[in-house]
Design a protein around this ligand. Structure first.
Ligand SMILES: C[S@@+](CC[C@H](N)C(=O)[O-])C[C@H]1O[C@@H](n2cnc3c(N)ncnc32)[C@H](O)[C@@H]1O
Length: 296
């Protein structure tokens, strides 16, 4: 997708997923807000065995435990650091974890009721294969659901503002902008991903949440933690350029009267059903899963 220069820059600043403590204030806290709405939107029957692919620090798993009454939920992630964080902070005997890659799930065919994944598939080297793996491990009639950030205008505004400021100061930053790097992160491509993995009744939607930062430090400090593409880019900058970026963002971000920074984040969501059982696993139309999940 990139010319040589773009590839060089993205490799230098590739995302790292190591420290759960610093991921949580960066994106984990906002993914948790989306995850609760997303799990309800999945509309799965209560109970069942769930898989959370790319579970990270446990945002989606916790939502499954909170709202879906699962019998079990197994989180899968290659990051030992994130899984350790999730294990420490998910005190529930129904929860388990496996260190593994989304493109090669360590589960037998047709053994789960629901497979979900939040903010992961755009980071996976072969997203179609990961989606096919999710479809493979659910039973006939089982559900697969995915969400990713909308990195464009009006989407995940905290990260959008970051790349707008970074690109204004540094031409190389355009190669790292997640809106450019991740064409999967749109309603239609996400829908196509699940259709392409053979799922039926595929529906795409969106979930929008408020992401209010108490002050500028609350916004900026998480970018210093090195987790994900934007923090990895910040870590690659010399001190004076980091300060320049920080001050540009300080003046660009909107402020409420109390000094807080009122932003929003939109995730694209998609769900589908594995054929073969008449679709009994998902609640009928008219359930609480229906309709746009935006609600300001
Ligand atoms: C943005 S975080 C999302 C974590 C969590 N699902 C959430 O919503 O907060 C991306 C996660 O994807 C994981 N990941 C990256 N590549 C992966 C792969 N090939 N297979 C599975 N997980 C992967 C990372 O380790 C990280 O935990």
């Amino acid at each position: 997708m990139f010319r040589h220069k773009g590839r060089h820059v993205t490799e230098r600043c590739g995302p790292v997923w190591v420290a759960g403590e610093t991921y949580e204030p960066y994106v984990g806290r906002w993914s948790r807000l989306v995850a609760h709405r997303f799990v309800r939107w999945m509309g799965a029957a209560p109970g069942g065995s769930w898989r959370d692919i790319g579970c990270g620090t446990g945002a989606v798993m916790q939502a499954v435990l909170d709202v879906a009454a699962p019998e079990t939920v197994v989180g899968v992630d290659p990051s030992a650091g994130y899984v350790a964080y999730a294990r420490r902070n998910t005190a529930d005997q129904r929860a388990g974890f496996v260190l593994a890659d989304a493109v090669n799930l360590p589960f037998a065919d047709s053994t789960a009721s629901v497979a979900v994944s939040g903010l992961v598939l755009n980071f996976v080297s072969d997203a179609p294969r990961a989606a096919a793996e999710m479809a493979r491990v659910v039973r006939p009639g089982g559900l697969v659901g995915v969400y990713v950030w909308d990195y464009g205008e009006g989407g995940m505004e905290a990260i959008r503002a970051f790349w707008d400021a970074a690109s204004a100061l540094d031409p190389d930053a355009q190669y790292l902008d997640e809106a450019v790097r991740f064409p999967l992160c749109g309603r239609a491509p996400l829908r196509e991903l699940l259709v392409g993995s053979g799922l039926e009744d595929v529906e795409a939607d969106e979930i929008s949440v408020a992401t209010r930062f108490s002050d500028f430090d609350d916004y900026w400090q998480p970018f210093l933690g090195g987790q994900g593409p934007a923090p990895a880019y910040v870590a690659s900058l010399p001190e004076e350029r980091r300060a320049e970026l920080r001050e540009r963002l300080r003046s660009a971000l909107p402020r409420a009267a109390d000094g807080s920074i009122p932003l929003r984040a939109r995730a694209w969501t998609v769900r589908g059903r594995r054929g073969g059982s008449g679709g009994r696993s998902r609640r009928r139309a008219g359930s609480r899963a229906q309709g746009r999940s935006t609600g300001r």
